[in-house]
Design a protein around this ligand. Structure first.
Ligand code: HEC
Ligand code: HEC
Length: 303
Protein backbone atom coordinates (compact mmCIF):
# COMPACT_ATOMS: atom_id res chain seq x y z
CA UNK A 1 0.00 0.00 0.00
CA UNK A 2 2.75 2.38 1.03
CA UNK A 3 4.51 1.75 -2.27
CA UNK A 4 1.39 2.33 -4.38
CA UNK A 5 0.70 5.62 -2.65
CA UNK A 6 4.28 6.59 -3.07
CA UNK A 7 4.16 5.87 -6.80
CA UNK A 8 1.06 8.00 -7.35
CA UNK A 9 2.60 10.82 -5.35
CA UNK A 10 5.86 10.64 -7.28
CA UNK A 11 4.09 10.74 -10.62
CA UNK A 12 2.23 13.92 -9.81
CA UNK A 13 5.21 15.57 -8.18
CA UNK A 14 7.82 14.67 -10.74
CA UNK A 15 6.08 15.36 -13.96
CA UNK A 16 5.36 18.92 -12.99
CA UNK A 17 9.01 20.02 -13.28
CA UNK A 18 12.47 18.74 -14.27
CA UNK A 19 13.06 15.84 -11.86
CA UNK A 20 16.85 16.31 -11.64
CA UNK A 21 18.58 19.58 -10.81
CA UNK A 22 22.24 20.57 -11.26
CA UNK A 23 24.59 20.43 -8.27
CA UNK A 24 25.54 23.62 -6.47
CA UNK A 25 28.16 24.00 -3.76
CA UNK A 26 26.89 24.07 -0.20
CA UNK A 27 28.35 26.38 2.46
CA UNK A 28 31.27 25.08 4.52
CA UNK A 29 34.01 26.54 6.69
CA UNK A 30 37.26 26.49 4.72
CA UNK A 31 39.61 26.27 7.74
CA UNK A 32 37.70 23.41 9.32
CA UNK A 33 37.39 21.62 5.98
CA UNK A 34 41.16 21.82 5.43
CA UNK A 35 41.83 20.27 8.81
CA UNK A 36 39.16 17.64 8.12
CA UNK A 37 40.88 16.87 4.83
CA UNK A 38 44.12 16.17 6.67
CA UNK A 39 42.46 13.93 9.25
CA UNK A 40 40.49 12.09 6.59
CA UNK A 41 43.72 10.60 5.26
CA UNK A 42 45.46 10.17 8.61
CA UNK A 43 45.37 6.70 10.26
CA UNK A 44 45.63 8.40 13.66
CA UNK A 45 41.82 8.04 13.77
CA UNK A 46 41.98 4.22 13.90
CA UNK A 47 42.75 2.01 16.88
CA UNK A 48 46.01 0.54 15.60
CA UNK A 49 47.05 3.45 13.41
CA UNK A 50 46.63 1.48 10.16
CA UNK A 51 43.38 2.63 8.61
CA UNK A 52 42.17 6.09 7.59
CA UNK A 53 38.88 7.13 6.01
CA UNK A 54 40.76 7.38 2.73
CA UNK A 55 41.69 3.68 2.91
CA UNK A 56 38.13 2.88 1.88
CA UNK A 57 37.11 6.21 0.32
CA UNK A 58 39.80 7.04 -2.22
CA UNK A 59 39.60 10.71 -3.03
CA UNK A 60 41.47 10.53 -6.32
CA UNK A 61 38.91 8.21 -7.89
CA UNK A 62 35.23 8.32 -7.13
CA UNK A 63 35.36 8.67 -3.34
CA UNK A 64 34.96 4.91 -2.81
CA UNK A 65 37.20 1.93 -3.47
CA UNK A 66 37.07 -0.59 -6.29
CA UNK A 67 36.65 -3.72 -4.19
CA UNK A 68 33.46 -5.54 -3.18
CA UNK A 69 34.04 -5.36 0.59
CA UNK A 70 36.60 -3.22 2.39
CA UNK A 71 39.21 -4.21 4.92
CA UNK A 72 39.29 -2.37 8.20
CA UNK A 73 41.71 -2.68 11.13
CA UNK A 74 43.51 -6.01 11.59
CA UNK A 75 42.54 -7.03 8.05
CA UNK A 76 38.90 -7.57 8.99
CA UNK A 77 36.46 -7.57 6.10
CA UNK A 78 33.17 -5.65 6.15
CA UNK A 79 29.95 -6.89 4.57
CA UNK A 80 28.71 -3.88 2.62
CA UNK A 81 30.13 -2.15 -0.45
CA UNK A 82 31.66 1.24 0.38
CA UNK A 83 29.61 4.09 -1.12
CA UNK A 84 31.24 7.28 -2.31
CA UNK A 85 31.79 10.20 0.06
CA UNK A 86 31.37 12.62 -2.84
CA UNK A 87 28.06 14.48 -2.54
CA UNK A 88 27.19 12.37 0.53
CA UNK A 89 26.32 15.60 2.36
CA UNK A 90 23.22 15.73 0.15
CA UNK A 91 21.85 12.35 1.26
CA UNK A 92 18.80 12.42 3.55
CA UNK A 93 20.29 9.62 5.70
CA UNK A 94 23.67 7.90 5.73
CA UNK A 95 24.58 4.23 5.12
CA UNK A 96 22.74 1.77 2.88
CA UNK A 97 20.18 1.10 5.59
CA UNK A 98 19.97 4.72 6.71
CA UNK A 99 21.06 3.95 10.27
CA UNK A 100 22.94 7.24 10.61
CA UNK A 101 20.77 10.34 10.58
CA UNK A 102 23.50 12.64 9.25
CA UNK A 103 27.22 12.89 8.53
CA UNK A 104 28.17 13.61 12.14
CA UNK A 105 26.32 10.52 13.31
CA UNK A 106 27.95 8.54 10.49
CA UNK A 107 31.50 9.64 11.39
CA UNK A 108 30.92 8.76 15.03
CA UNK A 109 29.65 5.29 14.12
CA UNK A 110 32.47 4.43 11.71
CA UNK A 111 35.21 5.46 14.13
CA UNK A 112 33.76 3.21 16.81
CA UNK A 113 32.87 0.30 14.47
CA UNK A 114 34.99 -2.69 15.62
CA UNK A 115 35.51 -3.91 12.06
CA UNK A 116 36.31 -0.56 10.45
CA UNK A 117 38.32 1.69 12.78
CA UNK A 118 37.63 0.02 16.08
CA UNK A 119 38.31 2.77 18.53
CA UNK A 120 36.65 4.62 21.30
CA UNK A 121 36.37 8.19 20.09
CA UNK A 122 37.70 9.46 23.45
CA UNK A 123 40.90 7.48 22.92
CA UNK A 124 41.41 9.16 19.56
CA UNK A 125 40.84 12.53 21.15
CA UNK A 126 43.53 11.65 23.72
CA UNK A 127 45.91 10.68 20.93
CA UNK A 128 45.20 13.86 19.04
CA UNK A 129 45.87 15.94 22.17
CA UNK A 130 49.31 14.32 22.48
CA UNK A 131 50.16 14.69 18.81
CA UNK A 132 52.90 17.10 17.65
CA UNK A 133 50.85 19.37 15.43
CA UNK A 134 47.08 18.74 15.79
CA UNK A 135 46.64 20.58 19.14
CA UNK A 136 47.74 23.86 17.55
CA UNK A 137 45.63 23.36 14.44
CA UNK A 138 42.49 22.67 16.48
CA UNK A 139 43.29 25.50 18.86
CA UNK A 140 43.57 27.96 15.98
CA UNK A 141 39.98 27.13 15.10
CA UNK A 142 38.28 26.43 18.44
CA UNK A 143 40.51 28.20 21.01
CA UNK A 144 40.10 25.29 23.41
CA UNK A 145 41.38 21.77 24.05
CA UNK A 146 40.48 19.16 21.40
CA UNK A 147 37.07 17.56 21.99
CA UNK A 148 35.25 14.82 20.11
CA UNK A 149 32.74 17.33 18.70
CA UNK A 150 35.63 19.18 17.05
CA UNK A 151 36.97 16.05 15.41
CA UNK A 152 33.54 15.15 14.05
CA UNK A 153 32.85 18.69 12.92
CA UNK A 154 36.02 19.10 10.88
CA UNK A 155 35.41 15.75 9.15
CA UNK A 156 31.86 16.80 8.33
CA UNK A 157 32.96 20.21 7.03
CA UNK A 158 35.43 18.46 4.75
CA UNK A 159 32.69 16.17 3.46
CA UNK A 160 30.48 19.19 2.79
CA UNK A 161 33.18 20.48 0.46
CA UNK A 162 33.09 17.30 -1.64
CA UNK A 163 30.47 18.35 -4.17
CA UNK A 164 31.32 17.37 -7.74
CA UNK A 165 30.15 20.25 -9.91
CA UNK A 166 29.73 20.63 -13.66
CA UNK A 167 29.01 17.09 -14.83
CA UNK A 168 28.23 17.23 -18.57
CA UNK A 169 24.61 16.41 -17.72
CA UNK A 170 24.40 19.39 -15.34
CA UNK A 171 25.80 21.67 -18.04
CA UNK A 172 23.12 20.27 -20.36
CA UNK A 173 20.42 21.02 -17.78
CA UNK A 174 21.76 24.55 -17.54
CA UNK A 175 21.25 25.04 -21.26
CA UNK A 176 24.41 23.81 -23.00
CA UNK A 177 22.62 21.56 -25.44
CA UNK A 178 25.83 20.03 -26.83
CA UNK A 179 27.32 19.10 -23.46
CA UNK A 180 26.07 15.50 -23.82
CA UNK A 181 25.71 13.19 -26.82
CA UNK A 182 22.46 12.37 -28.66
CA UNK A 183 22.73 8.85 -27.25
CA UNK A 184 22.93 10.23 -23.67
CA UNK A 185 19.89 12.45 -24.35
CA UNK A 186 17.96 9.42 -25.54
CA UNK A 187 19.17 7.59 -22.41
CA UNK A 188 17.80 10.37 -20.20
CA UNK A 189 14.41 10.20 -21.92
CA UNK A 190 14.35 6.42 -21.33
CA UNK A 191 15.49 6.92 -17.73
CA UNK A 192 12.37 9.04 -17.24
CA UNK A 193 9.88 7.12 -19.38
CA UNK A 194 10.83 3.64 -18.10
CA UNK A 195 10.53 4.73 -14.47
CA UNK A 196 14.11 4.87 -13.13
CA UNK A 197 13.38 8.46 -12.21
CA UNK A 198 10.76 7.41 -9.66
CA UNK A 199 13.51 6.37 -7.30
CA UNK A 200 16.60 8.14 -8.62
CA UNK A 201 15.69 11.83 -8.69
CA UNK A 202 16.51 15.22 -7.18
CA UNK A 203 19.90 16.93 -7.23
CA UNK A 204 21.77 13.81 -6.10
CA UNK A 205 19.76 11.53 -8.45
CA UNK A 206 19.06 9.34 -5.43
CA UNK A 207 19.92 9.53 -1.76
CA UNK A 208 16.55 11.01 -0.82
CA UNK A 209 14.33 7.99 -0.14
CA UNK A 210 14.25 4.30 0.78
CA UNK A 211 12.91 1.59 -1.47
CA UNK A 212 12.81 -2.16 -1.71
CA UNK A 213 15.60 -3.86 -3.63
CA UNK A 214 13.71 -6.57 -5.53
CA UNK A 215 10.20 -5.30 -6.20
CA UNK A 216 9.34 -7.44 -9.21
CA UNK A 217 11.82 -10.22 -8.79
CA UNK A 218 12.62 -11.71 -5.41
CA UNK A 219 16.02 -10.66 -4.25
CA UNK A 220 16.95 -13.77 -2.35
CA UNK A 221 20.69 -13.66 -2.35
CA UNK A 222 21.05 -10.58 -0.21
CA UNK A 223 22.72 -11.19 3.15
CA UNK A 224 21.73 -7.82 4.51
CA UNK A 225 18.08 -7.29 5.37
CA UNK A 226 18.55 -3.54 4.83
CA UNK A 227 16.32 -1.13 6.69
CA UNK A 228 14.80 -4.05 8.62
CA UNK A 229 18.03 -4.23 10.63
CA UNK A 230 17.18 -0.77 11.95
CA UNK A 231 13.40 -0.85 12.35
CA UNK A 232 12.66 -4.62 12.73
CA UNK A 233 9.49 -4.04 10.72
CA UNK A 234 8.57 -6.83 8.30
CA UNK A 235 7.83 -4.37 5.47
CA UNK A 236 11.39 -3.01 5.70
CA UNK A 237 13.07 -6.26 4.67
CA UNK A 238 15.41 -5.64 1.73
CA UNK A 239 14.61 -1.94 1.78
CA UNK A 240 17.69 0.23 1.17
CA UNK A 241 18.49 3.87 0.68
CA UNK A 242 18.24 4.52 -3.05
CA UNK A 243 21.84 5.36 -3.93
CA UNK A 244 22.91 8.53 -5.72
CA UNK A 245 23.86 7.91 -9.35
CA UNK A 246 26.29 10.82 -9.56
CA UNK A 247 29.83 9.76 -10.64
CA UNK A 248 28.43 6.26 -11.01
CA UNK A 249 30.90 5.43 -13.77
CA UNK A 250 33.72 5.71 -11.19
CA UNK A 251 32.20 3.72 -8.35
CA UNK A 252 32.07 0.06 -9.44
CA UNK A 253 31.37 -2.51 -8.08
CA UNK A 254 27.66 -1.81 -7.67
CA UNK A 255 24.78 -2.52 -5.24
CA UNK A 256 25.02 -2.74 -1.44
CA UNK A 257 26.88 -6.03 -1.75
CA UNK A 258 28.97 -5.15 -4.78
CA UNK A 259 27.44 -7.99 -6.75
CA UNK A 260 28.14 -6.57 -10.23
CA UNK A 261 31.08 -4.73 -11.72
CA UNK A 262 29.71 -3.29 -14.96
CA UNK A 263 27.23 -0.46 -15.26
CA UNK A 264 25.43 -2.40 -17.94
CA UNK A 265 24.80 -5.28 -15.53
CA UNK A 266 23.68 -2.82 -12.86
CA UNK A 267 21.11 -1.36 -15.26
CA UNK A 268 19.93 -4.86 -16.20
CA UNK A 269 19.41 -5.76 -12.53
CA UNK A 270 17.38 -2.59 -12.10
CA UNK A 271 15.14 -3.32 -15.09
CA UNK A 272 14.47 -6.89 -13.87
CA UNK A 273 14.21 -6.29 -10.11
CA UNK A 274 12.81 -2.78 -9.89
CA UNK A 275 10.81 -2.32 -13.06
CA UNK A 276 9.92 -5.89 -13.94
CA UNK A 277 10.38 -5.40 -17.65
CA UNK A 278 12.61 -6.50 -20.48
CA UNK A 279 14.64 -3.75 -22.06
CA UNK A 280 16.22 -3.79 -25.52
CA UNK A 281 20.02 -3.86 -25.52
CA UNK A 282 20.14 -0.55 -27.42
CA UNK A 283 18.02 1.09 -24.73
CA UNK A 284 20.25 -0.27 -21.97
CA UNK A 285 23.26 1.09 -23.86
CA UNK A 286 21.63 4.52 -24.11
CA UNK A 287 20.88 4.60 -20.37
CA UNK A 288 24.50 3.65 -19.63
CA UNK A 289 25.60 6.52 -21.88
CA UNK A 290 23.36 8.88 -19.90
CA UNK A 291 24.77 7.57 -16.59
CA UNK A 292 28.29 8.30 -17.82
CA UNK A 293 27.35 11.96 -18.32
CA UNK A 294 26.84 12.24 -14.54
CA UNK A 295 30.56 12.38 -13.73
CA UNK A 296 31.40 15.78 -12.27
CA UNK A 297 34.65 17.63 -11.61
CA UNK A 298 36.93 16.79 -8.70
CA UNK A 299 35.95 19.15 -5.85
CA UNK A 300 38.02 22.36 -5.61
CA UNK A 301 39.50 21.40 -2.22
CA UNK A 302 41.17 18.34 -3.79
CA UNK A 303 42.68 20.07 -6.80
C1 HEC B 1 37.18 -0.13 6.41
C2 HEC B 1 36.61 0.70 5.36
C3 HEC B 1 36.04 2.05 5.72
C4 HEC B 1 36.63 3.06 6.46
C5 HEC B 1 37.97 3.02 7.15
C6 HEC B 1 35.69 4.17 6.42
N1 HEC B 1 34.58 3.84 5.69
FE1 HEC B 1 33.03 5.03 5.28
N2 HEC B 1 32.00 3.46 4.59
C7 HEC B 1 32.50 2.17 4.40
C8 HEC B 1 31.41 1.26 4.09
C9 HEC B 1 31.54 -0.22 3.79
C10 HEC B 1 30.23 2.03 4.12
C11 HEC B 1 28.81 1.51 3.92
C12 HEC B 1 28.39 0.80 5.19
C13 HEC B 1 26.90 0.52 5.28
O1 HEC B 1 26.11 1.19 4.60
O2 HEC B 1 26.52 -0.33 6.09
C14 HEC B 1 30.63 3.42 4.41
C15 HEC B 1 29.77 4.50 4.46
C16 HEC B 1 30.19 5.82 4.61
C17 HEC B 1 29.34 6.98 4.42
C18 HEC B 1 27.87 6.97 4.03
C19 HEC B 1 27.68 7.26 2.57
C20 HEC B 1 26.30 6.93 2.11
O3 HEC B 1 26.00 7.23 0.94
O4 HEC B 1 25.51 6.35 2.86
C21 HEC B 1 30.12 8.09 4.66
C22 HEC B 1 29.69 9.54 4.59
C23 HEC B 1 31.44 7.61 5.04
N3 HEC B 1 31.44 6.22 4.97
C24 HEC B 1 32.49 8.41 5.46
C25 HEC B 1 33.60 7.90 6.15
C26 HEC B 1 34.51 8.68 7.00
C27 HEC B 1 34.40 10.16 7.28
C28 HEC B 1 35.46 7.82 7.46
C29 HEC B 1 36.60 8.09 8.42
C30 HEC B 1 36.23 8.62 9.72
C31 HEC B 1 35.14 6.51 6.89
N4 HEC B 1 34.01 6.60 6.14
C32 HEC B 1 35.91 5.37 7.08
C33 HEC B 1 33.82 1.84 4.51
C34 HEC B 1 34.74 2.55 5.26
C1 HEC C 1 11.70 1.32 -7.19
C2 HEC C 1 12.93 2.05 -6.99
C3 HEC C 1 14.00 1.97 -8.07
C4 HEC C 1 13.85 2.06 -9.43
C5 HEC C 1 12.58 2.22 -10.24
C6 HEC C 1 15.20 1.99 -9.98
N1 HEC C 1 16.12 1.89 -8.98
FE1 HEC C 1 18.13 1.81 -9.22
N2 HEC C 1 18.34 1.38 -7.24
C7 HEC C 1 17.31 1.32 -6.32
C8 HEC C 1 17.81 0.79 -5.07
C9 HEC C 1 17.01 0.58 -3.79
C10 HEC C 1 19.18 0.52 -5.28
C11 HEC C 1 20.16 -0.10 -4.26
C12 HEC C 1 20.13 -1.61 -4.44
C13 HEC C 1 20.94 -2.33 -3.40
O1 HEC C 1 20.46 -2.52 -2.30
O2 HEC C 1 22.06 -2.72 -3.66
C14 HEC C 1 19.49 0.91 -6.66
C15 HEC C 1 20.74 0.81 -7.25
C16 HEC C 1 21.05 1.26 -8.54
C17 HEC C 1 22.37 1.29 -9.10
C18 HEC C 1 23.66 0.91 -8.38
C19 HEC C 1 24.17 2.09 -7.60
C20 HEC C 1 25.39 1.82 -6.76
O3 HEC C 1 25.99 2.80 -6.28
O4 HEC C 1 25.75 0.67 -6.53
C21 HEC C 1 22.24 1.78 -10.39
C22 HEC C 1 23.36 2.01 -11.39
C23 HEC C 1 20.83 2.02 -10.62
N3 HEC C 1 20.14 1.72 -9.46
C24 HEC C 1 20.29 2.50 -11.81
C25 HEC C 1 18.93 2.43 -12.09
C26 HEC C 1 18.37 2.53 -13.43
C27 HEC C 1 19.16 2.82 -14.69
C28 HEC C 1 17.03 2.36 -13.30
C29 HEC C 1 15.99 2.26 -14.41
C30 HEC C 1 16.23 1.23 -15.39
C31 HEC C 1 16.74 2.17 -11.88
N4 HEC C 1 17.92 2.21 -11.18
C32 HEC C 1 15.47 2.02 -11.33
C33 HEC C 1 16.00 1.72 -6.54
C34 HEC C 1 15.43 1.85 -7.80
Amino acid sequence: MRFILYFILSFTLLWSKEPISPLETIPYNEQKAQLGKELFSDPIVSQDNTVSCATCHLLSSGGDNDIVFSFGIKGQMGSMNAPTVFNSALNFKQFWDGRAKDLADQAHQVIENPVEMGDNIYDIVKRLRKDKHYPKKFHDIYQEEIAKEHLIEVLVEFERSLITLDAPFDLYLKGESNAISQEAKRGYELFKSKGCILCHNGRNIGGNLFNRFGIHEANNHSKSLGRYEVTKKEEDKYVFKVPSLRNIELTAPYMHDGRVTSLEDAVKIMTDYQLGREMKQEDIDAIVEFLKSLTGKLPQILR
